[in-house]
Design a protein around this ligand. Structure first.
Ligand code: SDX
Length: 403
């Protein structure tokens, strides 16, 4: 077919949409949500306020924030039938597999997910009722993200599920559901809840990364947003994407002590190993999130005690940053290099780390999904082409004549 050009491998330098949500300047290490620098949001805001900003485009007034917060926290309650789904998994099932299944099943709980009801122009800016319906689906997904994650954690721990508490912040409620062991007056650590809140702000969105693209590709067929989340989780699960924070810890454990770092770096240069937590498709100087996360690590370690892998991570960081092999390829720490050390210090199991990426990232996925649903002219299904390079026409050969 004339005129078709194959995009660079991995969609390198290929833009498929215009967006008003997140701005990244990869050469200068800049990240802004709706124009606000990530550093200012991490310092002054909180995760639910940033969620509102990303989804609706502006910082909320106090009354609007109160409604948003109340709706999200109310929708954190999960239908008891969902418990059966979680209990059907073995205790050692990967929590990302559980989470993807749970969101896929979530659609079956709600009438609006019924395919026969999902036609074009389902949501239109001029129809307040359709916008309210969309908002309800958004509240449900953000609210249930923590409850589902906590339930997946409890499956792993072999413990009963905990009903979301009232009166706690989004991340404190999440920690409460995970760590509550029946103590009457249990209150999660404010330091850890705050650290998790900032980490969630940093992980909330990142323009059109692999999982956000998956969500939009899926959503372009007008399937329900719950199924879009399940697809996004599957993409984020991979070690080149959200699974990297788990891969970093497995890498640090395999290196062992700091004196083994030079030999490890040699194995990376021979392409026998990957330096997980380093490199980025867009950032070619530094990932601004990694600096903030590094600082959070020190705060958390003051409360939890320092992780013995931190020294290995610091030696690995310092040697790689001075090594021409990495500097010539513009490789620097990304969002995943330090975050795993924090989650480990907070006591999460290693394969739970990508779940801590999913919970905040559903906000970014929803912001992009809403932007696509409300785009002028309605939704157009994403159906790229290919350039065919296979066999030319040939005739069928009966089995007995084949060699
Ligand atoms: C996330 O897209 C996003 O925004 C993602 C994310 C988000 O918020 O959504 O930021 C979250 O996914 C962060 C990235 C987490 N992944 C990892 O840490 C895994 C390790 N990183 C690499 O796999 C890699 O850097 C990627 C996948 C992140 C980016 O890959 P690219 O853009 O396709 O880059 P590339 O593979 O073309 O690398 C260019 C060169 C190559 O060398 P040459 O073949 O040219 O000699 O750099 C090398 C690569 O071999 N390289 C690495 C490396 N990353 C790239 N070599 C060793 N270790 C690495 N980590």
């Amino acid at each position: 077919e004339r005129g078709l050009r194959v995009a660079d491998k991995g969609f390198l330098n290929t833009a498929v949409i215009t967006s008003e949500i997140t701005y990244i300047d990869g050469d200068n290490g800049v990240l802004r949500y709706r124009g606000y620098p990530i550093e200012e949001l991490a310092l002054h805001s909180n995760f639910l306020e940033v969620a509102y900003l990303l989804i609706y485009g502006s910082l909320p007034s106090r009354p609007n924030f109160k409604v948003f917060q109340r709706e999200v926290m109310t929708h954190s309650i999960v239908h008891v039938d969902a418990e059966g789904l979680f209990k059907s998994f073995r205790y050692d099932a990967h929590p990302m597999a559980i989470l993807s299944s749970a969101f896929s099943a979530l659609g079956s709980f709600y009438e609006e997910a019924n395919p026969s009801l999902r036609g074009q122009n389902l949501f239109t800016k001029s129809d307040p009722a359709s916008l309210a319906n969309m908002d309800k689906q958004i509240y449900r997904i953000i609210g249930k993200a923590t409850t589902f994650a906590a339930m997946a954690y409890r499956v792993r721990q072999g413990r009963p599920f905990v009903t979301p508490p009232t009166g706690l912040s989004y991340t404190a409620s999440f920690l409460y559901q995970m760590d509550h062991l029946g103590q009457e007056d249990y209150v999660p650590s404010p330091t850890l809840a705050k650290a998790l809140d900032i980490l969630f702000i940093l992980h909330a969105d990142h323009e059109l990364n692999a999982s956000s693209t998956t969500v939009l590709q899926t959503g372009s067929s007008l399937v329900d947003p719950y199924s879009c989340m399940a697809a996004g989780i599957a993409s984020l699960y991979g070690p080149l994407h959200g699974g990297a924070n788990e891969a970093v810890i497995r890498m640090l454990i395999s290196i062992g002590h700091p004196e083994n770092v030079p030999a490890f770096l040699e194995s990376v240069k021979k392409r026998e190993r990957v330096l997980s937590g380093f490199g980025h498709r867009v950032y070619k100087t530094s990932d601004p999130r990694s600096f903030i996360i590094r600082k959070i690590a020190d705060e958390v370690f003051k409360e939890t005690g320092e992780d013995e892998l931190l020294k290995t991570a610091m030696v690995l960081h310092d040697l790689a940053m001075k090594d021409e092999y990495f500097t010539s390829r513009k490789l620097a720490p990304n969002v995943d290099f330090w975050s795993g050390l924090i989650y480990r210090a907070m006591g999460f199991p290693m394969d739970f780390f990508p779940v801590l990426f999913v919970v905040p990232r559903v906000v970014g996925w929803l912001a992009h999904w809403r932007q696509m649903m409300l785009q002028p002219g309605g939704v157009k299904i994403w159906r790229p082409r290919q350039v065919y390079v296979g066999e030319t026409k040939r005739d069928y050969v009966p089995m007995e004549q084949r060699v």
